[in-house]
Design a binder for this molecule. Structure first.
Ligand code: ADP
Ligand code: TRP
Length: 355
């Protein structure tokens, strides 16, 4: 029994069939990634994830980017926050240049089929392999409740990726074990149900080495859970306080300094132009420049870099209906592809549905 689909969903499937044929001739590359709505997004999220997603938006590519609100439930139980932060993630992407006509921006909760796929994958995936996941151990060591969803998180993430026939998964380095696990799950599934044929497409992780880990103000990996982050849209005094409190060593002003060992410089490299980076590196090496001056340059540069998007972000947050419309449209496109994939799997697995 075929599932019923709306006219719009059917037309998306048709387009997607055409796309499939173009893809088989090497024309399309589908990028898929998700980000949790679990707090203020910071420079680590931008340079390690969001910017990559937006940069993948070029002819020949197709971007699928979603707000992982189901994943956020593993650590956040405040409904008001989950809702508000989901819309903030959408506004952040749009303000920073994601074009909903070129990419598909959607909510994970608009594709409930991912849970069905996560369950299918769970029926073939070894518990022992999940127990080795660094993120599970890490969360528990930080005092998070070790509930089943935290443990099964990588199964849902694997489903998020596989359900759209994704080719590339741009993520930060910390997410690599999850993508590896997803590949293993897909391979095992293909062996079990299709003699190793490509029933589920095996995706590749994409990591940009030069910005693999963005440092926080204490020099450790920037993360909201370490309290060392700089928010993408921080401004004014709040931004100044964060930048001015970046940890530096005690080399005196007049001494020559190695820029590559300094967190201020590492962050400047992300927001400065090539010429500006070179000029600042020369100042470090020449001596005579204190860290306070370097921090002011970083502050100015962050302002220049993010100012235009900051204004767009504020305007978008006031337009909730517009945001929801964009997400709804993205959800329809994502759901149509997910349903197509699930149809194939259910048939292979002998799962009957009567609606
Ligand atoms: P956080 O560590 O603040 O909780 P998340 O784990 O929610 O951030 O990360 C969301 C995305 O941003 C992931 O793809 C992750 O790899 C990327 N990311 C987060 N922090 C950094 C960082 N410091 N450097 C590079 N990428 C990062
Ligand atoms: N686990 C990712 C994170 O915490 C978010 C995520 C969920 C994701 N599903 C995904 C990322 C699928 C890439 C692909 O950042």
């Amino acid at each position: 029994m075929r599932p019923s689909r709306s006219i719009l969903e059917r037309s998306v499937v048709l387009k997607s069939t055409r796309r499939q044929s173009l893809k088989s001739k090497g024309f399309f590359m589908r990028y898929l990634s998700g980000i949790q709505p679990s707090g203020n997004l910071h420079l680590g999220n931008y340079f390690g994830a969001i910017r990559e997603h937006i940069l993948s938006q070029k002819p020949g590519n197709e971007g699928f980017f979603f707000i992982a609100n189901y994943h956020a439930l593993t650590t956040e139980k405040d409904a008001t926050k989950i809702r508000k932060q989901s819309l903030e993630v959408a506004a952040t992407y749009l303000a920073l240049g994601l074009d909903p006509k070129k990419s598909v921006l959607f909510l994970q909760s608009d594709v409930p089929q991912v849970h069905e796929l996560a369950w299918f994958l769970s029926t073939i995936f070894p518990v022992a392999r999940l127990e080795l996941q660094p993120s599970y151990k890490d969360k528990i060591s930080k005092g998070f409740e070790p509930h089943h969803a935290l443990f099964a998180y990588p199964m849902l993430m694997a489903a998020d990726i596989l359900i759209y026939n994704s080719d590339r998964v741009p993520v930060g380095k910390d997410q690599l074990p999850h993508v590896e696990l997803c590949r293993d799950a897909a391979q095992k599934f293909n062996l079990m149900y299709a003699n190793g044929e490509s029933l589920l497409k095996i995706p590749e992780a994409q990591i940009r080495e030069e910005v693999a880990i963005v440092p926080g103000i204490d020099g450790e990996k920037m993360s909201k859970s370490y309290g060392n982050d700089i928010a993408i849209f921080a401004e004014g005094k709040a931004l100044k306080t964060r930048v001015m409190s970046i940890t530096t060593d005690s080399t005196p002003v007049e001494a020559q300094k190695n820029p590559e060992n300094c967190t201020v410089f590492k962050l400047f490299k992300l927001v400065g132009s090539e010429g500006e980076i070179q000029a600042l590196a020369d100042r470090y090496r020449a001596g005579g420049m204190g860290y306070g001056e370097a921090k002011k340059k970083l502050l100015d540069q962050i302002n220049t870099y993010f100012e235009p998007s900051r204004e767009k972000y504020k305007a978008l947050l006031k337009e909730e209906t517009q945001l929801l419309d964009i997400l709804q449209d993205g959800g329809k496109k994502a759901r149509a592809i997910a349903e197509e994939v699930m149809d194939r799997l259910r048939q292979k697995m002998g799962i009957i549905r009567t609606f």
